[in-house]
Design a protein. Structure first.
Length: 336
C-alpha cells in the first residue's frame, strides 16, 4: 500500500522546505495535514485555535487528508508536517521512506472497537468476558474502519489476530469517515466499527453498542506508544531549522495547556470543534483522552518498538522488513 505511493513520491522528488533560511522575524508558511477530526489531534486544534501557531510566527494551513493520505502528502511535498501514529510512520521507514519526528503528543493508543448491541447479544459477548474472548466472536462480521492502512485499520487487525482469527478472511471491513460510522451501524450496514474517541464513546454511552476491545484499557503491552507523532521529512529540518523549532514550541505550548488547563481546552476548543456532538458525550470522551496526553513529549525507542509490534501482529508488516533500530528517525533537539 505504501510502497507504490511512497515510491511515486520518491521518484517525483520531495519538495520539503517550501522556504529556506527564513529569518526569525519573518512569518513562516506551513501546511499541516491531519488524518482525521478526532480527539487524537487535540493539540493541533489547540495550537491553531488558541493562537500558539501565530505566537510563533507560523501561518499554518490545515488540510484534512484521511488516513495515510496525510503522510503521503508530506512525502510528496504538498504538506510540511502531519500528526500521526507510530505504526504508519514506521512502515514507511521500513520501505525506505524516512520521516523525522520532533515530538509525540500522546503516549498510549486511543483506538477502540465497538459492536452493535443486538449483534453482541447474538454472538454471546458479555461485559465480564475478557477482551480476547470477545474478539473471538467477531468471525463473519463486518467492521467499519477509517482508512485502509491507518492506525484504526491496524487496531482492527491487531484485535482480530490476537484472538487467533484470520485477519484477511474472518472479518470483513468497510472503510468510512468516523462521523458516518454510528449511523451506518444503526442502519445495520455494518455490525460495529473501530475508530478513536469521541465517536466510540457516542455509541457505548448511548447503549447502542458494547466495547469489544479498547486500546486505552486493554493493551498494557503497548505502553508507552507513539500515538501522536508530529513529523516531517528530514530535509525539512535540515533546510529550514527555524520552521521545525517553531512547530515544536507551538505543539509544546499546546500540550502544556492540555495538561494544565483541560477544562479551558474543552470549553474553548473542543466544544466548538465538535459542536454537533452532545456535550456530555464529548466530556466523557475528553476525560481519558486528556489523561493519555504525554507529560514528556519527547520521542523514544520504547514507544517506537511498541508501535512496530502493532504492525507485526496485525500482519501489516513482514518480520523480515521490521526495523532493527530507530536511528535518525526522531530528535529532541527542538524541545530542549
Amino acid at each position: 500500500m505504501f510502497k507504490r505511493l511512497f515510491a511515486l513520491a520518491a521518484a517525483t522528488g520531495l519538495a520539503t522546505g517550501f522556504a529556506t533560511g527564513a529569518a526569525k522575524s519573518q512569518d513562516i508558511d506551513v501546511i499541516l495535514a491531519l488524518p482525521a477530526q478526532t480527539l487524537t489531534f487535540t493539540t493541533a486544534f489547540v495550537a491553531e485555535d488558541m493562537g500558539f501557531f501565530k505566537k510563533e510566527g507560523l501561518n499554518v494551513t490545515v488540510r484534512n487528508l484521511v488516513g495515510v493520505a496525510s503522510p503521503n502528502a508530506v512525502l510528496a511535498g504538498s504538506a510540511h508536517f502531519t500528526v500521526g501514529t507510530g505504526p504508519v510512520y514506521l512502515r514507511a521507514a521500513a520501505q525506505g521512506q524516512k520521516f523525522y519526528a520532533i515530538a509525540n503528543m500522546i503516549d498510549r493508543m486511543m483506538v477502540e472497537m465497538v459492536l452493535r448491541k443486538d449483534v453482541a447479544d447474538k454472538v454471546g459477548i458479555t461485559e465480564k468476558m475478557p477482551a480476547t474472548e470477545r474478539a473471538k466472536r467477531l468471525k463473519g462480521l463486518t467492521i467499519g474502519i477509517q482508512g485502509v492502512g491507518s492506525i484504526v485499520h491496524a487496531w482492527e487487525r491487531y484485535v482480530v489476530a490476537s484472538a487467533g482469527l484470520d485477519v484477511e478472511n474472518d472479518v470483513r471491513i468497510a472503510p468510512m469517515d468516523p462521523p458516518a460510522m454510528l449511523p451506518a451501524m444503526e442502519n445495520k450496514a455494518i455490525d460495529g466499527y473501530t475508530t478513536s474517541m469521541p465517536f466510540t464513546t457516542a455509541a457505548t454511552v448511548s447503549g447502542k453498542a458494547v466495547m469489544v476491545r479498547s486500546s486505552v484499557t486493554d493493551a498494557p503491552e503497548l505502553l508507552p506508544f507513539a500515538y501522536a507523532l508530529v513529523y516531517t521529512v528530514p530535509e525539512t529540518c535540515q533546510k529550514n531549522r527555524e520552521m521545525c523549532a517553531r512547530m515544536a514550541r507551538a505543539f509544546a505550548a499546546a500540550g502544556k495547556m492540555v495538561q494544565e488547563q483541560p477544562q479551558k481546552v474543552f470549553n474553548e476548543v473542543l466544544k466548538k470543534r465538535f459542536a454537533k456532538m452532545d456535550p456530555e458525550l464529548l466530556k466523557a470522551a475528553w476525560g481519558p483522552t486528556q489523561l493519555a496526553h504525554a507529560k514528556d513529549i519527547r520521542v523514544n525507542d520504547k514507544m517506537l518498538h511498541n508501535s512496530q509490534q502493532v504492525s507485526l501482529v496485525a500482519k501489516l508488516l513482514e518480520p523480515k522488513d521490521a526495523l532493527k533500530d530507530f536511528n535518525g528517525l526522531y530528535t529532541d533537539e527542538f524541545l530542549k
